[in-house]
Design a protein around this ligand. Structure first.
Ligand code: FAD
Ligand code: NAD
Length: 471
């Protein structure tokens, strides 16, 4: 039996950040990971998806220029070798996961490769799974006793019971490493993954249909924000089947049966079906149930210090439910490490920004006008369109806007929303203004570089104050 102060199960953005910070603070730390460090985010999530989104965007842009470019650029019809694209994406993943492994080593974190199983709140058994970092003998389970146990086991994709993953039915993991491109693909679910990857495949020349149970795409976002994305889908030729349910594959496997209320069933021709109907916390297969921890729905319940209902058992990231975002997991990981090292911390962010990397991109931070109203706040809101922003024109990206939401009485900013090309990079400004409790006057009085998309932030604040300059 080995002893350690902190044992972390899961080396995703939650677990590896907690490990690095704990080790920085002198806490003896062991991290158990069954796969590669970096978790879903670096290996099969955030980074690989953004790499493919970029490649598809570049290909699509060149294909456009090969038609009739208003910029005066002309070129021959471009091609895409998807095997090389995937290899390029894999290279980025390897660089990043290798970097995380090096950081863990530099800080003296003991990384154990293998599948962890909880024996009790202070004992974990690891079944080695081999690999270069594996310090234990192959096949010999190893026991660890710890003072603190941090659970960071992440999430897994939800399956449709009548259409499990396998063959033509794929999850985001397979969609991020295609060996070849299908001619037709149906995507089930118009949420984050369905839209990010649906748009990617459409830009790579695949005929994409999206089937969504709700009556609009991205139902979690407000309708105004989603409109430019819906228009872009139409322009790309993506077929949208809203308010439709999927009933299964046809017997021959090359058709997807879909149905809407009171309408007869229709069949979409498909080579592949990407099922992206959500992710759920990973709670099974490692003895979690033996701890009898309090749950909140399908997620582990935690308090504002990421403590579970058992003393010295902590949990972070996707395992603890929505929002399932990498930056939330990282922030929680850092806090738990600092608490274990004796610091006083709480997880109470003013906002957790969210970006949907569609074309155009969507960013939200804090409250939308209707959410503020639901909380009983009397707010003003104002939007500035990119159609009136010079930089957006030079980038051929005039579709979209930045919107600010602030309290009417004291002008405290409570939320930002934006839709447009490249607006993901505005998320930092949004979060900072919320975390620093900026008022409309603070943002309106800050000099924003010209020409930049960021000027729309200042102009939105000016407009909320009633004196926008450029509209
Ligand atoms: P994970 O990253 O899931 O890591 C958990 C780790 O625990 C895994 O490596 C797993 O192997 C390991 N593990 C589990 N059980 C055990 C066990 N018993 N023993 C040993 N190891 C175990 N979020 C964003 O913020 N921005 C994005 O752009 C974004 N894009 C995404 C795109 C896709 C396609 C997907 C699927 C997700 C995306 N996400 C994005 C979500 C993001 O990946 C997750 O929120 C984040 O990875 C959660 O981090 P985590 O540390 O909680 O868990
Ligand atoms: P999601 O919750 O974003 O979207 C799922 C969609 O599927 C919803 O619109 C829902 O109405 C629809 N749906 C559910 N059941 C259905 C059915 N039977 N038929 C048709 N439609 C159905 O889930 P996701 O896209 O799978 O992504 C999972 C999670 O991963 C996200 O919630 C997010 O936390 C994370 N993620 C984040 C990013 C990002 O930050 N850019 C990108 C990808 C994934």
């Amino acid at each position: 039996m080995q002893t350690t102060t902190l044992l972390i199960i899961g080396g995703g953005p939650g677990g590896y950040v907690a490990a690095i910070r704990a080790a920085q603070l002198g806490v003896q730390t062991t991290l158990v990971e069954a796969g590669n460090v970096g978790g879903t985010c670096l290996n099969i999530g955030c980074i690989p998806s953004k790499a493919l989104i970029h490649a598809a965007e570049e290909f699509h842009k060149l294909s456009d220029y090969a038609g009739d470019s208003p910029l005066g650029i002309s070129l021959q019809s471009p091609g895409v070798d998807i095997v090389r694209t995937v290899a390029w994406k894999d290279g980025i993943v390897t660089k990043l996961t290798g970097g995380v492994a090096a950081l863990l080593k530099k800080h003296g974190v003991q990384v154990v490769k293998g599948w962890a199983r909880i024996i009790d709140g202070k004992t974990v058994e690891v079944q080695p799974s081999g690999g270069p970092d594996n310090a234990t003998e192959m096949g010999q389970p190893q026991r660890f006793s710890c003072e603190h146990l941090l659970l960071a086991t992440g999430s897994e994709p939800v399956e449709l019971p009548f259409m499990p993953f396998g063959g033509p039915v794929i999850s985001s993991t397979q969609a991020l490493s295609p060996a070849s491109l299908p001619k037709q693909m149906a995507v089930v679910g118009a949420g984050y993954i369905g839209l990010e990857l649906g748009i990617t495949y459409a830009k790579l020349g695949v005929k994409v249909s999206i089937v969504e149970a709700q009556d609009r795409i991205l139902p979690a976002y407000d309708a105004e924000l989603v409109k430019p994305v819906q228009a872009a889908l139409k322009k790309l030729g993506v077929a949208l089947h809203l308010s439709h349910r999927v009933s299964g594959l046809t017997e021959s496997g090359d058709g997807l049966r879909i149905v809407a209320d009171q309408n007869p069933e229709t069949v979409l021709p498909v080579e592949q079906v990407l099922v992206a109907v959500g992710r759920r916390p990973r709670t099974a297969g490692y003895g979690l149930e033996t701890l009898l921890l309090e749950m909140s729905g399908s997620a582990l319940r935690i308090d504002d210090q990421c403590r579970t209902s058992m003393r010295n058992v902590w949990a972070i990231g996707d395992l603890t439910g929505e929002p399932m975002l990498a930056h939330r997991a990282m922030a929680q990981g850092e806090i738990v490490a600092e608490l274990i090292a004796g610091k006083h911390r709480r997880f109470s962010p003013a906002a957790i920004p969210a970006v949907c990397f569609t074309d155009p991109e969507i960013v939200v931070a804090g409250l939308a006008p209707d959410e503020a109203a639901k909380q009983g706040l009397d707010v003003v809101s104002a939007a500035f369109p990119f159609a009136a922003n010079g930089r957006a024109m030079t980038l051929e990206s005039t579709n979209g806007f930045v919107r600010v939401v602030a309290r009417r009485d004291n002008h405290l900013i409570v939320g930002w929303q934006a839709v447009g090309r490249g607006v993901s990079e505005l998320s930092a400004a949004f979060s900072q203004s919320l975390e620093m409790q900026a008022r409309l006057e603070d943002v309106a009085g800050t000099i924003h570089a010209h020409p930049s998309l960021g000027e729309a932030i200042q102009e939105a604040a000016l407009r909320a104050l009633g004196h926008a300059l450029h509209i």
